[in-house]
Ligand binder design. Structure first.
Ligand code: GLN
Length: 190
């Protein structure tokens, strides 16, 4: 059985848990270092990156999560979770895990289109064609290092990327019926 942790400080933890169950994995909420023991993969959910970062301070979890990044086990950050994976954050910076060699801009789609959904552009990675993407006050990658794989774009912007064991989605894959992103994470953990 594949056990996948979900950082449970704030955000859409329950929706990720349901998505994981539906792809055959066991979700486990993470609120302390001991919760990370024996995990096969980890999700940093969407929500509010400032709040989640403050929670990581309060729970003293930064080093444990950095250790997890370096363990090579699969990770997925969605929206605020993707922000927490970036090397650098613009537009009200927050502390991060520096797991993705990129600069991300918070709330980059502006107030007019705070939330929208769209299908992945043609040319997404095999198996991810037509992926539905829900964006909620979403971040946007401003720069990405050369080694980063772009698995899906929307409107030409990279929205699902991978650096080694770390996946980052600027959208919310847990909010649609299409569970291919969770499936990708769980399969890479198996
Ligand atoms: N705007 C949020 C942030 O900057 C992210 C939004 C989300 O996770 N849906 O943290």
């Amino acid at each position: 059985m594949t056990t996948v942790g979900i950082l449970a400080i704030q955000g859409d933890v329950d929706a990720h848990a349901r998505a994981l169950e539906r792809v055959g994995a066991t979700p486990r909420p993470i609120l302390q270092e001991a919760d990370l023991d024996g995990l096969n993969a980890l999700i940093l959910p969407g929500g509010e990156s400032t709040t989640i970062a403050k929670g990581l301070d309060r729970l003293d979890l930064w080093d444990s999560l950095r250790f997890f990044v370096h363990s090579g086990l699969p990770m997925l950050g969605t929206c605020a979770g993707a922000i927490l994976l970036a090397r650098e954050v613009e537009n009200h910076p927050v502390a991060t895990l520096d797991a993705i060699d990129g600069v991300v801009v918070r709330n980059a789609y502006g107030t007019q289109v705070d939330s929208f959904s769209a299908e992945a552009d043609p040319g997404a990675a095999r198996g991810l064609e037509g992926l539905p993407c829900v964006f909620i006050r979403a971040p946007r990658w401003k720069t990405l290092g050369d080694g980063i794989e772009i698995l899906a774009r929307v409107g030409g912007e990279p929205v699902l990327i991978r650096q080694g064991n770390v996946l980052a989605a600027t959208f919310h894959p847990e909010l649609t019926e299409d569970l291919r992103v969770h499936d990708l994470l769980v399969r890479s953990a198996g």
